[in-house]
Design a protein around this ligand. Structure first.
Ligand code: F0G
Length: 345
């Protein structure tokens, strides 16, 4: 049974006797083996941390439950976030469960359909901003500062606290830390959170590989990107809020940031669903694309290693991307056994 992040990891979280034990059953997501991809990487084991199995279909739920519980403890009646989609879906669901109002600001035209449907279904007030995620985040930070509405983006330290629990689960399940942890990087909160989790556990730590989309790779180029573009809309971010913390985590781990093209992301996306049986959203395929790219450049790079790739969001989040990446459906057939047999030949 999924007890939820607050109950399960209470000893590691900033909870008090007055923190409400909010939960939608987040956390305890599976590690799924991916043997055909592991073979191509030349590593000993590749595990997929399937964060799409959280209640709203992304890793955001781990941090959102802590951020909202702490906001409610402090007396908040409403929350606000900027989002490329998943944060808004998660905030909307937890606000609904907690009975407080949710406001989300999203960049125009770039929110995957499933995420928008979630925010709408959970009754959030949605404002579509002409601008990108970076602008939206700047505006909601200013608004939260002026009004006292609880800001639940990952600049809220409680979000990072909740998200670090994924590192605890990985070490618990594998009975060790992986040699390498690969993950997609957008606003750079999650890589910061994983590092904190591994450091707090105090044992061996993985090398962190953070992958960005080539059209939105400020941490690779070392400078903000004014107009980020990628099919992986979740990580279409040009100026990550947790820039400094993420660079510190990457350096302390001996890891790196690297970019993958949209084509490389889509190739990994198809392989994950067709070979490993795990359907993730495009952004979540970036770490697998990146690992494959590094292994192609240097075939012995991962020899003997245990690797975990974090698949941050579910494939159903972005049905349009899935349909665009797949072969077209054939025309309907007549209801006739011979026609069916012919179609399946
Ligand atoms: N993967 C997915 C599916 C995401 O939704 C995000 C971020 C990331 C990776 C990157 O994580 O920002 O911690 O580096 N999505 C945010 C949002 C920005 O608004 O939903 P990060």
């Amino acid at each position: 049974m999924r007890r939820g992040v607050l109950a399960r990891w209470a000893a590691h979280l900033p909870l008090t006797a007055r923190t409400p034990l909010l939960s939608l059953g987040e956390g305890d997501t599976p590690l799924v083996p991916a043997p055909t991809l592991a073979r191509d990487l030349g590593c000993s084991e590749l595990w997929l941390k399937c964060e799409g199995q959280n209640p709203t279909g992304s890793f955001k739920d781990r941090g959102m439950v802590v951020a909202l519980a702490k906001a409610i403890e402090a007396g908040a009646k409403s929350a606000v976030c900027a989002s490329t989609g998943n944060t808004s879906a998660s905030a909307a669901a937890y606000c609904a469960a907690a009975g407080i109002a949710c406001n989300v600001v999203v960049p125009e035209g770039k929110i995957a359909l499933g995420k928008l449907a979630q925010a709408l279904a959970h009754g959030a007030r949605i404002v579509v901003l002409r601008g990108n995620f970076d602008t939206a985040l700047q505006r909601v930070r200013e608004l939260a500062g002026r009004t006292g509405i609880a800001l639940v983006n990952s600049v809220n330290p409680h979000r990072i606290e909740g998200q670090k629990t994924a590192a605890f689960e990985i070490v618990e399940t594998l009975d060790r830390a992986p040699d390498t942890l690969a993950l997609p990087v957008g606003n750079a909160g999650n890589i910061t959170a994983y590092w904190r989790g591994f450091v707090e556990l105090g044992g061996r730590r993985p090398v962190l590989l953070g992958f960005q989309a080539a059209g939105a790779a400020p941490l690779v180029s070392g400078k903000p990107v004014a107009n980020p573009e990628t099919i992986a809309t979740a990580i279409r971010i040009g100026n990550p809020a947790s820039w400094k913390l993420a660079v510190a985590a990457q350096q302390e781990s001996g890891g790196m940031f690297a970019a993958v093209t949209d084509d490389e992301i889509l190739a990994a996306y198809r392989r994950l669903s067709s070979e490993a049986g795990v359907f993730c959203e495009p952004a979540s395929a970036a770490p697998v694309a990146g690992l494959l790219k590094l292994a192609r450049a240097e075939p012995k790079r991962f020899a003997g290693q245990v690797i975990v790739a974090v698949l941050t969001g579910h494939g159903l989040k972005d049905p349009q991307a899935a349909i665009a990446a797949a072969p077209a459906l054939g025309a309907p057939i007549d209801d006739d056994p011979a026609a069916l047999e012919a179609a399946l030949k």
